[in-house]
Design a protein around this ligand. Sequence first.
Ligand SMILES: Nc1ncnc2c1ncn2[C@@H]1O[C@H](COP(=O)(O)OP(=O)(O)O)[C@@H](O)[C@H]1O
Ligand SMILES: [Mg+2]
Length: 463
Amino acid sequence: MSLRAPRAGRGPTFAAAAAGLAVVAVLAAADRIDAAEAILAAAFVAFVTVIALMTAQRAVERHEAFLSVTAERANEPPPYPTLINALPDPVLVISATEPDDLTSRRYIFANSAARDLLRIELGEGLLVSAIRDPHVLHAVDEALFHGQDAEAVYETPGVQERILRAYARPLGLALDGRRLAILVFRDETEFHRVERTRVDFLANASHELRTPLASLSGFIETLRGHAKEDPGARERFLGIMQTQAERMRRLIDDLLSLSRIELNEHIAPSERVDLAAAVMDVVDAVAPLAHERGVTLDTKLPLRGALVIGDRDQLVQVVQNLVDNALKYSADGGVVRIAVEAGLSAEGAAAPRQPEGARLALLTPDLPQGPYAALTVRDEGPGIAREKLPRLTERFYRVEGQKSGERSGTGLGLAIVKHIANRHRGGLAVESGEGRGTTFTAYFPQAPAAAKAAPPAAVAKLS
Ligand SMILES: Nc1ncnc2c1ncn2[C@@H]1O[C@H](COP(=O)(O)OP(=O)(O)O)[C@@H](O)[C@H]1O
Ligand SMILES: [Mg+2]
């Protein structure tokens, strides 16, 4: 938008002056006035013209000045309290007079985030009634009475603990001589949670790896010592060592796989993969083991398959982990039912499939956008107690006291399944109860039907 004023009045002024001069010239030419009168008249016209031009110029200048003041105002920020109130971080302005008198420290302004955090009302108040933490109070004093920047960690009381860092900064003196400081909080709860998870994970992973390693070292020592001359013992020990080495390999494979999935978790996959075909591959692979245990694998797949937007290897991993678990926890001679359904809504995909027991959504898509294809794996094993369900996808979590046969797991399988489902923008649910068997359902957004080939004419036009 242009802020310049129109050149008000110049055009008409010049037109009027020209008309006046023309009239004077015509009158002089027709000898109706003499030369002296003509000069006088022309001078009068010129005088009036200059006055008119000057007036117009003044009007223009006034208009421009008005516009520029308005523009300046338009760019002025709203008043500071309004701005500070809108900040997401808690902010307090604190005033004090006496270092020795705790009650002289008052908060004179608290933004809305600070009022929520400290549960205080709008307006002023005693600082100690809002914040009791001695470290934060000390940091405030540093800013108020020593002019120093200071900070402290502040943990909120209550069940939902939050960890914040409080920054105190001096603001100098108020007009009435009171000392002023600002106190700003930054929420670091999430940072601490992530850090905690990382440390726990490292500790758990090291512990899990150390157990088979300790057993391996132990048997090496035994083989070098008293089992040296005992071929029977040697064979037995080598067998155990192999099992332990395989366990270590499985752990490392799962750990690597989990970290790779997490690395790419924010990038949704884009291939079109048939979930039913992935199920068939896994079923073929585990069939010999199932046969050995007398477990029947009952599969129910849609005739036309179920195309999802996915990463084939990762989808196979999901099927593999769920089917492995079902087999592992099935009694010999049991039945494992594996089904794929396509064209489900978000509610349909997450709907219960097992009549008895508790149900828990372990993962729900942020933006449910169907249709979904769902994989359901159901077993008749021991089931899982309701209170254990929420922990199933934690890394290294294993329900205690369960017999999982020889192939003891890593406790990472369901964590992997959850992360893969999340990367696929899908969901995961479990239904189980002690003695009731277990059903896991993982669902994934379906791929849209393949676009029809464009008619040749359109292709010709495009190229
Ligand atoms: N089908 C199932 N039936 C009973 N318990 C199960 C089943 N699937 C998983 N669990 C429990 O959940 C735990 C975690 O599973 P998972 O992450 O696959 O680890 P893993 O199979 O390596 O032990 C298992 O240790 C087991 O206690
Ligand atoms: Mg497993």
